[in-house]
Design a protein around this ligand. Structure first.
Ligand SMILES: [Zn+2]
Length: 395
């Protein structure tokens, strides 16, 4: 046991090379003749009962016939990091349940070491994951950081795993093309279902690059669009009323956006009171939104389509501009919309909403994720379902 300058105890474990064991070159991995030894270095290992453990080892240098004089390769550490693989795995594991800052504090390693550890595990996982057998994917844009910064994310919707597959900066056609380049044409050829909103740039790329895919406008995307229309009606009307000194729509945003079954008692009462005021554009827009819910109840695409057309015709006469804009979008993409009914067995619709929520949750966390590279590592660590390296080394 050693006590360091700050009065903290640590356990030092001296490591010696095996007798007659030849060192391996870090350049090519081949056993090579010894050249010399460097001075002792400390490698942080997994703590025991809260006590820091360090391996103490003097690295050898080899004279490799292929690479020249090189530092040896050691099985417990990668490159120049003072953190052993075992500790990196240990920290990355904790980083799944605690914030990186908290992990750094608890194990006395600092935020950056935690990040490095997570990155090591994620990069290993990305290099060793299996992407075969994916047939249904979701593609979405995600806002992050300050200002107009977006990511394009691709996630798996079929099978037993819901996992993040790709992330890239930006949200234009070039971004999606870059992802599909990385995935490769063979993989793209196996995709049969794609869920995404009707954003034009993505749509063209999907048609060109995913030739066998049915393009689906998912329930989640449509509900989101309709909610945005209702909210725009509310904001416009609230501004108009405010000028007249009326504030009945103040603080009512979520009353109109939440599903009625999710409202609190107070919100429910407020909504009920507002329902008396049918002259409010917001109330009318909300009623149209509620009527739209029925669309999802149909099992027959034929009757669903008939219902949708009837709803669109009615909503077009509502004199609510944002709602009419929604109708025009629905009409322009009616087939994509109806694909949702055809494809219900091919993927889980709840997964689209679930993945969107999880991605947004991680993106909103503040721990330095404003940096894109860090955010990408964090997203894959939490949602990638990546394979993890095993610690199999025996000393
Ligand atoms: Zn070598």
């Amino acid at each position: 046991m050693v006590v360091d300058g700050d009065g903290r105890e640590r356990l030092e474990v001296p490591v010696r090379p095996r007798k007659n064991g030849k060192a391996r070159c870090s350049g090519c991995g081949q056993p090579s003749p010894s050249y010399d030894r460097l001075k002792e270095r400390l490698f942080r290992y997994v703590p025991l009962w809260g006590i820091a453990v360090v391996l103490v080892y003097a690295m050898r240098r080899v004279d490799c016939p292929r690479c020249g004089v090189k530092v040896e390769q050691v099985p417990w550490s990668t490159g120049k990091s003072p953190v052993t693989r075992s500790l990196a795995l240990f920290l990355a594991d904790w980083a799944k349940v605690l914030s990186w800052q908290e992990v750094g504090r608890r194990f006395d390693v600092g935020w950056h070491r935690v990040f490095e550890s997570v990155r090591f595990v994620v990069e290993w996982g990305l290099a060793h994951r299996d992407l075969s057998g994916v047939t249904a994917i979701g593609i979405d844009e995600v806002h992050f950081g300050k200002g107009q910064k977006y990511l394009t994310v691709v996630y798996q919707l079929c099978g037993d795993v819901r996992r993040l597959l790709f992330v890239i900066r930006r949200n234009d056609s070039a971004a999606l093309n870059a992802i599909l380049d990385e995935a490769g044409d063979a993989w793209c050829g196996g995709i049969t279902h794609v869920c995404t909103d009707m954003w034009r740039a993505y749509r063209k790329v999907i048609e060109a690059r995913l030739p066998h895919a049915m393009h689906i406008l998912d329930r989640f995307h449509i509900v989101k669009l309709l909610n945005e229309a209702v909210d725009l009606v509310r904001r416009q009307e609230a501004a108009k009323l405010r000028k007249q000194g009326v504030s009945i729509l103040k603080g009512m945003k979520y009353v109109f956006l939440k599903r009625p079954e999710n409202l609190t008692e107070g919100q429910e009462a407020a909504l009920k009171a507002l329902m008396e005021k049918r002259w409010l554009a917001t109330v009318r827009a909300w009623l149209w939104k509620e009527k739209f819910q029925l669309f999802w109840e149909y099992t027959s695409p034929y009757w669903a389509r008939r219902y949708l057309r009837r709803w669109c015709k009615g909503a077009m006469r509502s004199r609510l501009a944002p709602l009419k804009k929604f109708v025009r979008t629905m009409r322009a993409h009616e087939d994509l919309n109806m694909n949702w009914f055809e494809a219900q067995k091919a993927y889980s619709s709840g997964a689209v909403e679930g993945m969107n929520r999880k991605i947004n949750l991680i993106t909103r966390k503040a721990y330095g994720y404003r940096n894109y590279e860090v955010l990408k590592i964090a997203l894959f660590h939490a949602l990638g379902h990546l394979p993890e390296p095993q610690v199999t080394h025996r000393f």
